[in-house]
Design a protein around this ligand. Structure first.
Ligand code: SAH
Ligand code: F3S
Length: 484
């Protein structure tokens, strides 16, 4: 189980997020983020809103005037992690009684006012669409009142808020393009905590990327729960598109077009995107990827299960056959493409046969990476209300381990394919294991380490790959790449 825990913990790593201080600001904000990349990006938006209110970020919990934790509800363990952190804040508050504590994100949205009863230490509860209200809510708290805003919005995309980059490596950054999700997978809490899907104005996306380029960032990951469903038609919910005017419909921008716009406008920047839901992924996107060398050849394409019965129960709106057809087409258009998966082991009613279908699908695709989880029932979801969580924990864990073991074997097959090749790597920082080596990623998102020589962070370097493990490529730089 050690490996499972590791994969899960990587996704849940809470970090005190800090940025450069803004001159004149005197109040101190300690902000931590758990869960997905979208949460990390939201924390950057929150820090930006609060910088205007006189807050600088701090890494020291004890010094903080305001402590905010951006939370994740995706699995029970994620919520438990946050509750444990609240205990830590409790100790800090005893030392510094003036400190205020706020909960942001998905747990705030899920539990609402209940949070204030369940966790006495919490002063304010703010859902993902209410961060602009933080200044008012903090005033309420300062006046001695509890403050809660968990209203979900039809419009909010924070398109005009320029996020301050917290704990950034100065090279790669996230830019949100959609918020919310309309898919209603039966196991998933996200549609309840993040609301209905809406897309951000492409112009504001381009402007944000331009400002990142001016600050020397080299790689942008476009973020959304379901990026392929992106659709800008002047604002509003995706589900209301059919009610839009003919003109709005005719001038609408979809994900393939947005990606094309970004890659064309910024030929020196590298682009990634996450996450792609197979049912919304079009081959137009793949053709745009093939057209631009600066769009990375990697797609995170979660499938959750290889069994048609399970896919149906999960309300994933495609079959195993349709998924495999999509994968075949992707490999045909871009043979060097890397794919990764999310899998859930032990969903309601899963039999040994269903599990074998998952392993078999993995054999056919041979993913480069995977994020694998045991099913965790989430209150309020259709699965929790209508289906029985009937796979025993031991069985879930055993199946999960089999999925992880197979993924590890496939990851090694995939990393070996890179050995002997020369690949472009964007240097992100020093390798964790060796201070004399750089760490970066190739286009397929595989980590590459190599001796530093005269290169520096942010350089695009061609690296001759000499060796590999299942997670890392080792090589030697042979010069700058043409992109440098
Ligand atoms: N579209 C999203 C998916 C968010 S959830 C994205 O941007 O990543 C991330 C993954 O968590 C899902 O793909 C699924 O594999 C897993 N997950 C979601 N709900 C879960 C649950 N109740 N139990 C176990 N895993 C879950
Ligand atoms: Fe969740 Fe399915 Fe959306 S996994 S985030 S409901 S695509």
């Amino acid at each position: 189980m050690e490996q499972v825990e590791k994969i899960i913990d990587e996704k849940l790593q809470g970090k005190a997020l800090v940025t450069k201080s803004v001159e004149g600001n005197s109040k101190k904000l300690f902000i931590e983020s758990y869960g997905c990349q979208m949460n990390m990006n939201d924390s950057e938006i929150v820090a930006s809103i609060l910088a205007k209110e006189g807050f600088n970020t701090t890494q020291s919990l004890d010094d903080a005037d305001l402590v905010l934790v951006n939370t994740c509800s995706i699995r029970e363990k994620a919520e438990q992690t946050v509750r444990n952190r609240l205990q830590k804040y409790n100790h800090a508050k005893k030392r510094n009684p003036k400190m205020k504590v706020g909960v942001l994100g998905c747990m705030a949205e899920r539990l609402k006012e209940k949070f204030l009863e369940e966790e006495k230490i919490v002063d304010l509860v703010v859902g993902p669409d209410a961060y602009r209200d933080l200044p008012n809510l903090i005033e309420e708290v300062d006046a001695g009142r509890d403050a809660v805003n968990v209203i979900l919005s039809k419009e909010e995309t924070y398109g005009d808020v320029s996020p301050v980059r917290l704990n950034s490596n100065g090279v790669s950054a996230f830019v949100s393009i959609t918020r919310g999700c309309d898919n209603m997978c039966t196991f998933c809490v996200v549609p309840f905590t993040r609301g209905r899907e809406r897309s951000r104005d492409p112009q504001s996306i381009i402007e944000e990327i331009r400002s990142m380029q001016e600050r020397n960032f080299k790689e942008i990951t476009l973020l959304g729960q379901n990026v392929d469903s992106y659709l800008w038609y002047g604002g509003g919910l995706k589900k209301d598109f059919k009610k839009a005017s003919e003109l709005a419909k005719a001038t609408a921008v979809n994900f393939a077009q947005l990606l094309d716009m970004c890659a064309t406008e910024f030929p020196k920047m590298r682009f990634r995107f996450s996450t792609s839901n197979p049912q919304d992924m079009t081959l137009d996107v793949i053709h745009v990827m093939a057209k631009h060398r600066n769009i990375c050849k990697y797609i995170h394409l979660p499938v959750q299960s290889g069994s048609n019965r399970m896919l149906k129960a999960m309300n994933r709106l495609h079959t195993r056959e349709e998924y495999l057809e999509l994968v075949k087409n992707i490999y045909q258009i871009i043979p060097e493409m890397a794919l990764s998966q999310d899998m859930i082991a032990g969903f309601c009613g899963e039999t040994e046969e269903d599990h074998k279908d998952t392993l078999d699908l993995m054999e056919q695709v041979k993913y480069s990476f995977g994020f694998m989880f045991a099913y965790s029932e989430r209150p309020g979801t259709l699965a929790a209300r209508k289906m029985e969580d009937d796979v025993p924990l031991a069985t879930k864990k055993r199946r999960l381990q089999e999925i992880i073991d197979l993924q590890q074997a496939h990851s090694l097959i995939r990393t070996k394919e890179h050995v002997g090749k020369v690949q472009e790597v964007l240097i992100e920082g020093t390798s964790k294991k060796n201070k004399d080596e750089w760490k970066g990623r190739n286009t397929q998102n595989t980590v590459v380490v190599f001796p530093k020589e005269h290169y520096k962070v942010g350089d695009f370097v061609n690296v001759q790959i000499k060796d590999c493990t299942s997670t890392t490529l080792k090589g030697v730089a042979v010069g700058y790449s043409e992109n440098n």
